[in-house]
Design a protein around this ligand. Sequence first.
Ligand code: AMP
Ligand code: MN
Ligand code: MN
Length: 325
Amino acid sequence: MWATLDQVIDRLKQGRNVCVIGHAKPDGDAISSVAGLVAILERYGIAAAGCIADQLPWYYRSLPGTERISTPDKVRGQSFDTTVIVDSSDLSRIGGAEVLLGGAPPDITLDHHRTNEGFGKLDYCDSGSAATAMIVLEISRAMVPLDEELAQLLLLGIATDTGFFKFANADAEVLARAAELVQQGARLQPIASAVLEHRSLSTLKLLGRLFDTIQVREEGKLAYGWVSEGMLRETGCTDQDTEGFVGEIRALHEVEVAVLFVESPPGEVHVSLRSKSYVDVSEVAAALGGGGHARAAGCSLHVERLQEAVDQVVAAVAQAIRESS
Ligand code: AMP
Ligand code: MN
Ligand code: MN
């Protein structure tokens, strides 16, 4: 049921044992929102645990506060009177953490994806928020004083979901909130270093292989490339190492939509869609069973061969470009 943020805050304050869950294959915003909300609840005097189905990519672990997040097997067996799902547009996004709900809907969901249709007892989704961490920051104002550790945790989600303050969602509100966090002692440099400068030599080699696959269609407006299971194996990389690759395709001049296909494990293809200014890729992703935002969306497809996923998605994106130009 859609709720106001005040209703969500009132419900949170009634919790005694809260479990905060983020989406599988976590990004900076999921990590920031889970660890940030757990830190807020702890400071307020409420016991809380953070949980994400997949291991965090290793480079986030250097950021203080992320140790508040564990995997479902670590918190299973604990009893919770309140469950919260953050940064997830539907229940399937939390993957294996669903066991913690015991078949019940989550008590609270907090999100900013425009494709979210609401799936909790109390749902708050503001698609005008650049990051779920912006909503968690709003919650913190109503519950606890902002301190340096909390500010650092929340800056992570705001920085990563705005592409380090360069995407179209990096508006005055984002910059003002980020400035406030920095004033409280948060630092951007360790976040930028962890998230943007962690590539290994094998990851760079994989990126080189991706560049060799790039194809351009629709007079340069559509560019796409893929990372096959074989390419991962041959370079000694995992799908986690492809974070940020789709941005390299979007960097092409004249491109409106960039698409990255990552096959992992065999038979499963994760599709990342990014647009620059006018194509709503969340609609394309939603039609394929995924979701996201107007300028960044994704979906996962089950196919026999990678090429099937490529053909299907490229046709859908090409049509979306023709319809919007
Ligand atoms: P990604 O390309 O994986 O970085 O995802 C870009 C955006 O699309 C993020 O906001 C995700 O939350 C969303 N997204 C990615 N994959 C899915 C999916 N399978 N279902 C729904 N939303 C997704
Ligand atoms: Mn996310
Ligand atoms: Mn987000």
